[in-house]
Design a protein around this ligand. Structure first.
Ligand code: NAP
Ligand code: MG
Length: 462
């Protein structure tokens, strides 16, 4: 696609207020592929004004009609699948088949789910002598990261629109092209002017201006815990609602009765997928001491098989960060059994699929989010220790439990402090609420629970 040199505000591409630009770089070959405008507070202000002006009309549009327009958006995204996949591959570096199957198809599924949920949601209920109306919370400021760039946009914009809110989006600076493509799709779908607005730009400039803007009623943010904390503080001071999807350090708990081969293979695939740049990745594998050596061998083999199939990391900065973590893990006593900190290629921001064994719970690599293709394998003596390790981080986004039968796995999963657990390889469900316990976030995305985040109640008594 060709990059736009303006912002999508009030239904049209408008020149940016300033002259700054952001270079978009292909992580696979480090070449500049395009430039987009770097928005300023002035652009954000224009976008928020457009969203405010469009709010009464959109909020008053019958939910079924909003759902029909979200359905039209779904259809445009589906029709432009190949272009979306190629764009994500170019700016994120993901292998094309993964871009098609996940980066392009998942947003289609999520948009489709909100086309239906908008039409079917109960926006009014009777409680005793009251009628309770579920009304849109207002103008949403959405700030998204680069790791699932279109999914994270759709997971905020689709439910917000279904709820009757209007939106200003500030996408990640590393992946602005697919965000522009999304704005084109919104336009093509016939969603009214001002309902969705896009301001590309840098986090500390455009992102901060959006989070601080008094015309924004709810800030929905996905990204690092550090930035999330500061956004929540700003919003708190203004008594504004926030939704935060932050980091994770999820545990993949393999109980002794599990099918070890399947649990390890699925666990490695989970961590290496998207080059490890997945907030819900099971980056800590917990194995019983009796099966530990076998699991390490299987994981090393599985990681080595990934070899060339893995894409690069999004940026040189991310690659350096991930290499630093691998070195730190080894320095703190972990044993490198696959991959390592050396770059496997001369060009592109690649890191080899890496497995660290003999990781102990207090090590940095067992506590901090690495956001790269790095798996840590920890040992436990009994179930109570497994639980202590699984719950022993500040995060609680996802996880997995494997056991001989689902009942045993469920009993363990119910004791985990985390928002999502896959039982014996359960599949991702785009209708199930997604979000974190503890410092992994506030609020939930996806499905009916994701829609409810964008509503507030008004009770009328009779
Ligand atoms: P980030 O800095 O938190 O970025 C997320 C979004 O927030 C981006 O759009 C970013 O803009 C924006 N932003 C940055 N500073 C801001 C500020 N002061 N005010 C408002 N918005 C601001 O995350 P990142 O740099 O992309 O990645 C850093 C780490 O965050 C990763 O290594 C990973 O650990 C974690 N992460 C988590 C997730 C997740 O899904 N939970 C996703 C991505 C990253 P810019 O693009 O211009 O920075
Ligand atoms: Mg950043």
């Amino acid at each position: 696609m060709k990059a736009h040199d303006g912002m999508y505000i009030d239904g049209a591409w408008r020149p940016a207020a300033g002259t700054g630009t952001i270079e978009v770089v292909n992580p696979a070959d480090e070449q500049v592929i395009d430039r987009v405008p770097a928005g300023t507070a002035e652009d954000v202000d224009a976008a928020v004004r457009a969203a405010r002006a469009a709010l009464p009309g959109w909020a008053a549009t019958p939910p079924a009609a909003r759902g029909a327009l979200i359905g039209a958006l779904r259809d445009v995204l589906a029709a432009r699948r190949q272009e979306i996949a190629e764009t994500v591959t170019a700016e994120l570096g993901a292998p094309l088949t993964f871009s098609q199957r996940v980066h392009a198809d998942l947003p289609v599924a999520v948009a489709g789910s909100y086309a239906e949920l908008a039409a079917g949601h109960v926006f009014e209920e009777r409680i005793g002598n009251s009628t309770v109306h579920h009304e849109p919370i207002g103008v949403v400021g959405a700030i998204t990261p680069w790791n699932y760039p279109l999914h994270q946009i759709v997971a905020k914009v689709a439910p917000a629109l279904a709820a009757g809110c209007t939106v200003v989006l500030k996408p990640a600076e590393d992946t602005p092209l697919v965000a522009q493509l999304f704005a084109e799709a919104v336009h093509e779908a016939g969603i009214p002017a001002g309902v969705f607005n896009l301001v590309t730009g840098l986090g500390p400039v455009a992102g901060q201006a959006l989070a601080e803007h008094e015309g924004v009623d709810l800030v929905s943010f996905t990204g690092s815990t550090a930035v999330g904390r500061s956004i929540a503080a700003t919003a708190g001071a203004a008594v504004k609602k926030v939704a935060l999807e932050l980091g994770g350090k999820s545990a993949n708990v393999i109980l002794p009765s599990a099918d070890l081969g399947r649990a390890v293979a699925t666990g490695v695939a989970n961590v290496m997928s998207n080059s490890g740049q997945t907030c819900s990745a099971w980056t800590r594998m917990l194995v019983h001491t009796s099966q530990y050596d076998e699991a390490v061998g299987l994981a090393a083999e599985a990681a080595a098989k990934y070899g060339d199939r893995i894409g690069p990391l999004v940026s040189a900065r991310q690659r350096e960060r991930v290499r630093g973590y691998i070195e730190k893990g080894v320095a703190e006593g972990a044993r490198l059994v696959a991959g390592g900190p050396e770059s496997p290629r001369e060009r592109g921001w690649y890191v080899s699929p890496t497995v660290l064994a003999d990781v102990t719970p207090e090590m940095t690599v067992a506590q901090e989010e690495i956001f790269g293709p790095v798996l840590s394998i920890l040992r436990y003596e009994d179930e109570e220790e497994a639980l202590r390790i699984a719950n022993g981080t500040v995060y609680g986004l996802a996880g997995a439990v494997w056991a001989g039968d689902d009942g045993e796995a469920v009993a363990f999963a119910r004791r985990m402090d985390t928002g999502q657990v896959d039982i014996n390889g359960g599949r991702f469900n785009p209708l199930a609420p997604f979000g974190g316990y503890k410092q992994s976030g506030v609020g939930r995305e996806l499905g009916a629970h994701g829609l409810a985040e964008y509503l507030q109640t008004k009770s009328l008594q009779f």
